[in-house]
Design a protein around this ligand. Structure first.
Ligand SMILES: C=C(CC[C@@H](C)[C@H]1CC[C@H]2C3=CC[C@H]4[C@H](C)[C@@H](O)CC[C@]4(C)[C@H]3CC[C@]12C)C(C)C
Ligand SMILES: C[S@@+](CC[C@H](N)C(=O)[O-])C[C@H]1O[C@@H](n2cnc3c(N)ncnc32)[C@H](O)[C@@H]1O
Length: 364
């Protein structure tokens, strides 16, 4: 073969490989978000690295420091920063539903995710004509699945403005914008009238609240008497030992990489629900056997993580992605390791389910 032919062949193969790497493999779970489109929410390009550093120095501290009265109030601000930094990476690498679900033999991740969401709708008996609130709605994956499955009107609330824009765009694209509304706000002080919803759910979101009672009290307030609320909670299980340094390292790693002001223990959840006035209808860990493990999806992705790491590094070097994305991606890689350790050892679950009812008559 002539030298020029060999060079042309190499060039064509090179371009094809890059195309496959960036455009085909670069769009992970769901069409629509590709590595070349990674933005960092509403943070301007030049501020990404600084914002990441501020985030990290806030959340890498022990939970006692974060929970201290003054810093507890700052949590929603840093949670907002966190979602500016991670929302596009989550969509690119995980999809439009920012939560885990038990794996189901013979079913795809996408189906398992949808069934876990529909289960929440069924638990609160959501139906057409009802108005349901999604507390901490992300970019609305669960909201769309629940509106489509139940026929209910869903109003989502998220602290992050960028997620509001993404969720609204997805709702429109899915043709569900007449039944899915999204509002930017703090779920610790919801901009909704008392007794204005027929049902409520939160999927892996209330773990961001410095005090669980504050968000449960708000949900209680906005629900009509007799209405149901279901929440999938991130908690440590009875297997967690505070005197085991490996357990502590895993839980601290989960907290720091997921903007959590401190994980609660499983047994605390029902007590908090009762404290704010709910009747607890059901309280159990959906991750327990015979459920398929939720963390296998994280572990199976090792090669994909490497590919993604190379991709974000290359895009940063080419200045397509802003400086700081590589650090954010590394933080997520680390947190994925801690999350799968937490799942495998059984010391952590992201799906402790609590189903509550607001009593028909609230005692004074
Ligand atoms: C409920 C929360 C988020 C849960 C999950 C949706 C996310 C937790 C960890 C995330 C990820 C970790 C590794 C990333 C990987 C390095 C990257 O290449 C592609 C995206 C990841 C897989 C990313 C996806 C979302 C998570 C699984 C918390 C915040 C309360
Ligand atoms: C892990 S995401 C889960 C999103 C969604 N439930 C899902 O499963 O796709 C957590 C969500 O909670 C929201 N959140 C966290 N703290 C909040 C607060 N104080 N007020 C409103 N939303 C908040 C985040 O903005 C994010 O949308």
């Amino acid at each position: 073969m002539e030298v020029s032919t060999a060079m042309w062949t190499a060039a064509v193969v090179g371009v094809a490989v890059i195309y496959w790497f960036v455009w085909v493999m670069g769009a992970a779970e769901v069409k629509g978000k590709r590595a070349v489109n990674l933005k960092m929410g509403s943070i301007t390009r030049d501020k990404v690295q600084d914002k990441y550093k501020q985030y990290w120095s806030f959340f890498r501290r022990p939970k006692e420091d974060i929970a201290a009265a003054s810093d507890g109030d700052k949590v929603p601000v840093f949670v907002d920063t966190f979602y500016n930094l991670v929302t596009d990476i989550y969509e690119w690498g995980w999809g439009q539903s920012f939560h885990f679900s038990p794996s189901l033999p013979g079913r795809s991740h996408r189906e398992a995710t949808r069934l876990h969401e529909e289960r929440a709708a069924d638990l609160i008996a959501a139906r057409p004509g009802q108005r349901v609130v999604d507390v901490g709605c992300g970019v609305g994956g669960p909201m769309r699945a629940i509106a489509a499955h139940s026929g209910a009107h869903v109003v989502g609330i998220t602290i992050n403005e960028y997620q509001v824009a993404r969720a609204r765009a997805h709702n429109r694209k899915a043709g569900l914008h007449d039944r899915c509304e999204v509002i930017c706000g703090n779920f610790l002080e919801m901009p909704f009238a008392d007794a204005s919803f027929d049902g409520a759910y939160s999927i892996e979101a209330t773990c961001h609240a410095p005090r669980l009672e504050d968000v449960y009290r708000e949900v209680f307030r906005v629900l009509k008497p007799g209405a149901l609320y279901v929440s999938y909670e991130w908690v440590t299980t009875a297997l967690y030992r505070e005197d085991d340094p490996r357990h502590v390292e895993t839980i601290r790693g989960i907290e720091a990489g997921n903007a959590l002001p401190g994980l609660r223990a499983q047994h605390e959840v029902a007590a908090v629900a009762r404290q704010v006035g709910f009747e607890v209808v059901e309280d159990r860990d959906l991750a327990l056997l015979p459920a398929g493990s939720w963390w296998t999806r994280l572990k199976m992705g090792r090669i994909a993580y490497w590919r993604n790491h190379l991709l974000v590094s290359a895009l940063t070097a080419l200045r397509v992605a802003p400086k700081g994305v590589v650090e954010v991606h590394e933080m997520l890689y680390e947190t994925a390791r801690h999350l799968s350790d937490g799942g495998e050892t059984g010391i952590f679950t992201p799906m402790h389910m609590i189903l509550c009812r607001k009593p028909l008559v609230t005692p004074n």
